[in-house]
Design a protein around this ligand. Structure first.
Ligand code: GLU
Length: 314
């Protein structure tokens, strides 16, 4: 077995919140408890929404919490660039391979067409692309090209893609029925997360991905790309999401659970690590401790399967 390489892959569109912190902590614990390394990759594909100042700030926040990484971010390392906004040339190479396989086609559907009431939906509410533009003739395509800049989709296969999640066990999906042909490149030329994350994890040698279970349904999509591009996929470990009392996933809306407010309220990292350790099933009650101390106690099997309700904190 090669040494574990885990990663932090934050999208710096604002300050980190408690949910991001839980994910970073568990990724760190999972890699470090197996003697592994951590890569920091900044997922700023949407460069406008993700200014560098947020990326720099999150490095400061992770360091303050004691969640150190071995390479990546402004620290650099052997797999540069670590900022997705600088990787588009790398993504183009793989994109061209998929194109050469005859799997990529332009999609002219507007937002409202995609969100039309009759659009098929998966059980979790996501829209399944009906394949409208897959069926266009060459003449129809060139006529539409004159009118709007298309997004680019990849054809999926009608087959089951299965994997074993380290936390949730056996998973499977048929992309043709549960997702449809998905976008590889947006109409503004920006590559989609699904493509970028696969190439980055593979090129950066990441072999263990720990992330929120909102991305569980993205994993078969990514495994499909790993296979087509002949890349070795990592192990996946999805973790429950943090929610409010109404079951709503924590987000940037919940400003009081942002790291800035938490730092101000608690003053030091130990009570925040202790709170996260408690929420992640590692402590019977929240008690201050350092990330390094928690590492000695870490038991991945104690992390709950159900989403975690965060109590009123501040
Ligand atoms: N950048 C994504 C996020 O912050 C995570 C993507 C991943 O872990 O694959 O939600």
């Amino acid at each position: 077995m090669s040494a574990v390489v885990g990663r932090f892959a934050p999208s710096p569109s604002g300050r980190l919140h408690l949910g991001n912190l839980a994910c970073s902590l568990l990724a760190w614990l999972s890699a470090r408890s197996r003697g592994g390394r951590i890569v920091l990759r900044i997922e700023d594909l949407d460069a406008e929404r993700c200014p560098r100042k947020y990326a720099d700030q999150l490095e400061e926040d992770l360091g303050w919490l004691g969640l150190f990484w071995d390479e990546g971010g402004s620290k650099g390392g052997p797999h540069e660039p670590y900022y997705q906004s600088e990787c588009s040339g790398i993504y183009t190479e793989s994109y061209k391979k998929l194109e050469a396989m005859g799997l990529v086609y332009p999609c002219f559907c507007s937002r409202s067409e995609l969100h039309a009431a009759e659009a098929p939906h998966a059980s979790d509410g996501r829209i399944i692309y009906a394949g409208t533009c897959r069926k266009l003739t060459a003449a129809q395509r060139s006529a539409k090209m004159q009118q709007r800049r298309p997004a680019w989709r990849i054809k999926v296969a009608d087959e089951l893609i299965a994997f074993t999640d380290m936390h949730y066990g056996r998973q499977q999906a048929n992309l043709a029925h549960e997702c449809g042909d998905f976008i590889l490149r947006r109409s503004d030329g920006v590559y989609a997360y699904q493509l970028a994350v696969v190439i980055d994890d593979a090129l950066m040698g990441v072999n263990q991905v720990v992330r929120g279970c909102d991305l569980l349904s993205s994993t078969p999509v990514q495994l499909y790309l790993y296979r087509l591009l002949n890349l070795t996929p990592p192990s996946f470990c999805h973790i429950p999401l943090l929610t409010d009392a109404a079951g709503r996933r924590l987000s940037k809306r919940d400003g009081d659970l942002e790291i800035a407010a938490l730092r101000q309220h608690f003053g030091s990292p130990e009570p925040i690590i202790g709170l996260l350790a408690y929420l992640a099933g590692q402590l019977p009650k929240p008690e201050p401790l350092t990330a390094a101390e928690l590492l000695l106690l870490f038991r991945p099997e104690k992390v709950p399967l159900e989403n975690i309700v965060v109590p009123q904190l501040l």
